[in-house]
Each structure stands twice: as structure tokens, then as C-alpha cells.
Ligand binder design. Structure first.
Ligand code: FE2
Length: 318
């Protein structure tokens, strides 16, 4: 099959409260809030907040559904992306250890994987785990949000880690369906990449045969899916055709997500992957005012004010 899946585009999490996400991603990690809209699925209003670099470029975007107000809790486990790792410059881990500790973010561990220095920490509001990976070969610009010095600031994604009970079929999927190449292994982690494995072009598959299965539904405390970039809608259509031709017919039709056109496939490892084409964040607000107002999703547009009141998930940026 041709190379048509590119690097990591965005990751979407089900978290706890909107304020908890603002506190971690905006205030502590120095991301910009580039869009505040609502979940496009279902009939109850749930925030959809997008964090990333200033312009919300592919490869920088963490999006959240704060699900606590719905009341449903998710189970973390196999069949999900278990870790989202961001790229920081060499030598940045001690700075982040101090900053995270000062702000009450629990540190899980500081360790090395694939020869890189990593700090792993926990989202204080919903328990999801994240990492900052020291990467020497990342020439993307530092995030400018908040008060993080540029020499330590996040550049975007480094990699995501998929937790699976069996990697045989997932290995075939990564290579044949997703055109990623195997780069090597470190213990229970197998690394796959496109474009030589630069930051935001890497997936690690973590094999843990006795891991309990995680939830697939929306609920507080899980990573729902990871989206990969495709260059245009023709290529996206070709991906769906070719992957369905492998017998993987759990592939959705194209869904319009306001800022992306997306298709979703349940991978053999269980994690939900998306192949997405960006439409830009300035389709419904000015580029210099991104994320300042709630843009109500299409199913609620005829009753905007009522829906914004019903959200009942207030947050302060300061
Ligand atoms: Fe998505």
C-alpha cells in the first residue's frame, strides 16, 4: 500500500472538569486554548476544548471532553492509547519536575525509554498519565502560552503509546494498514514511525498480555482516540477503501467535525484511530481571537444561549 497516513494530528481525551483541564494544559503546560466548542456527538452539551500551539497546528493538538458532569466514569486499560507524550528540548526535565511539583501535579516517575530522558506525570483532576520527552531533533517552535521559558517549552507531540494484550494483529495493522515502519523495541514497547521517526511521527505499542480491557465509551478518565494526518479527502477515501479491503470493516463513514473531516477505525489492538483532514480553526472565528468564545456545535445551534447555560461547567483562565 502507498504511504498515505502521516504523523500524529490530535489526541482526544475524556477528562473530569473544564477547570481541571485549563489548570493543567493552559496554566501549567503553557498550551494555548485555540477553540472552545461542544461535542458533536449526542444530545447533551459537553465542552470540547482544544489546546495546542498558538495556531493549533496538526501535531500539537490535545482536545478534551470534560465528562464529569455526565456522571459516567471510564475504565483505563488495554485497547486504548495509555500515554500521550510531548516533546521538550534536551535538559528540560529538571525544570518541569520542579514546575509540576510546585503546581501540585503528581510525578509518576523520571526514567529513560528508547534512550531518551522522560518525566511522567498525572493529570491531577482525572488521573490520566502524560509524559514530557527530551528530544534533540525537534525543530518546531516552542509553545508561547503562559510563562514557560522557550528553552523548556513544549514543541508538540513526541509519541503516543497504545496498550494492548496481543501485538500480532496490531503489528500487521501498523505496517500494512497504517504504513508505519517498525523502528525497534525497548522491553515491552515496540516503536513504529513514519518520516524516519521524528517527533509527532511515532507510535509505541506496549504489550501487556494480562492488562484488563479499558472502556471504549465516552466517560471520565480515558483517552478516547488518536487522530493521524492525511493530506486530502481523496487520500482519506483511499485509506478507508484499502483498510476495509483487509477485512477491517469497523471503519466509520466520513464525519464532519467542524474543523476536521474525519474517519475512525477500531484497530486490532483495540485503540480507536482516526484519519483526519484539517479545515482550519479560522472557519468560524478570526485567527487572532481563537478560543475566546463558545462555538456551539451544529446539533444545538438553534438554542445557543440555553445550551451554554446547560453546560454548567464554568472555568476561569486566570
Ligand atoms: Fe478526533
Amino acid at each position: 500500500m502507498s504511504d498515505r497516513i502521516g504523523g500524529l494530528h490530535h489526541i482526544t481525551l475524556c477528562t473530569g472538569s473544564a477547570q481541571g483541564d485549563i489548570d493543567l494544559f493552559y496554566k501549567t503546560l503553557g498550551m494555548s486554548l485555540v477553540k472552545r466548542t461542544l461535542l458533536y456527538d449526542g444530545g447533551a452539551p459537553i465542552y470540547h476544548l482544544y489546546f495546542g500551539n498558538e495556531t493549533g497546528d496538526p501535531g500539537t493538538l490535545t482536545t478534551v471532553f470534560p465528562f464529569r458532569r455526565d456522571g459516567r466514569k471510564a475504565k483505563r486499560g488495554a485497547g486504548q492509547i495509555e500515554l500521550c507524550s510531548y516533546s521538550v528540548p534536551k535538559g528540560a526535565v529538571p525544570y518541569w519536575k520542579e514546575r509540576l511539583t510546585e503546581r501540585g501535579v503528581p510525578i509518576v516517575k523520571v526514567y529513560e525509554r528508547f534512550g531518551q530522558q522522560i518525566i511522567q506525570f498525572e493529570h491531577p483532576d482525572c488521573g490520566l498519565n502524560f509524559e514530557l520527552v527530551e528530544e534533540t531533533a525537534d525543530d518546531r517552535k516552542p509553545f508561547v502560552g503562559g510563562d514557560v521559558p522557550p528553552e523548556h517549552a513544549i514543541r508538540g507531540f513526541h509519541n503516543w503509546t497504545v496498550l494492548t494484550r496481543d501485538n500480532e494483529d496490531m503489528d500487521i495493522f501498523m505496517k500494512d494498514a497504517w504504513n508505519y515502519r517498525e523502528l525497534g523495541a525497548d522491553g515491552a514497547f515496540t516503536r513504529y514511525a513514519v518520516e524516519g521517526g521524528k517527533a509527532a511521527h511515532i507510535i509505541d505499542v506496549h504489550l501487556q498480555p494480562d492488562a484488563r480491557p479499558g472502556s471504549w465509551f465516552y466517560g471520565e478518565g480515558m483517552i478516547h482516540h488518536g487522530a493521524f494526518a492525511v493530506p486530502n479527502l481523496d487520500v482519506q477515501h483511499q485509506v478507508k477503501l484499502e483498510v476495509e479491503g483487509m477485512g477491517l470493516t469497523d471503519f466509520s463513514d466520513r464525519k464532519h467535525r467542524g474543523y476536521f473531516e474525519s474517519i475512525y477505525v477500531r484497530t486490532p489492538g483495540g485503540a480507536l484511530f482516526e484519519a483526519t483532514h484539517s479545515l482550519g480553526f479560522d472557519v468560524d472565528e478570526a485567527a487572532d481571537r481563537l478560543g475566546q468564545e463558545v462555538i456551539v456545535s451544529p446539533q444545538f445551534r438553534d438554542r445557543r444561549d440555553q445550551i451554554v447555560t446547560e453546560l454548567n461547567d464554568p472555568f476561569e483562565l486566570n
